[in-house]
Write a new protein. Structure first.
Length: 122
């Protein structure tokens, strides 16, 4: 008898695991999505970091000033996937939404999303 093996569908996204409590700027820089207070997901064009604050510019030319926080509303909304709709002006592609939907956030498992830019010999 042949053993039954389960195959993934060809279009399924790879599951990515990130730590649950990572800095918001690292998370936003990785996934390039921003949940506004109205529940829309916006695609991010640029991130300008100044100390503990950043200015996000979306593809629909809206600007948001945010703090680098672990417990902010936006961080919780991104981790728990509470955003309801996608901004029609930003035009977030379907592949990016599938990748975001396949992302899991676990407490003690996954990437910390830290920059590994250490100098040699330091």
């Amino acid at each position: 008898m042949a053993a039954a093996t389960e195959k993934k569908p060809a279009g399924s996204a790879k599951i990515r695991v990130y730590r649950k409590r990572v800095r918001l700027f690292n998370l936003i820089d990785k996934i390039k999505l921003w949940p506004s207070r109205t529940g829309q997901l916006h695609g991010i064009r640029t991130i300008t970091v100044t100390g503990d604050m950043a200015t996000l510019t979306t593809h629909c030319n809206k600007q948001f000033v945010v703090r680098n926080s672990l417990n902010s509303r936006a961080a919780r909304w991104l981790r728990n996937k509470w955003a309801v709709t996608v901004c029609p002006e930003c035009g977030v592609p379907a592949w990016k939404l599938e990748k975001y939907a396949a992302t899991r956030f676990k407490r003690h498992h996954g990437s910390m999303l830290e920059n590994n830019t250490r100098k040699p010999g330091a």
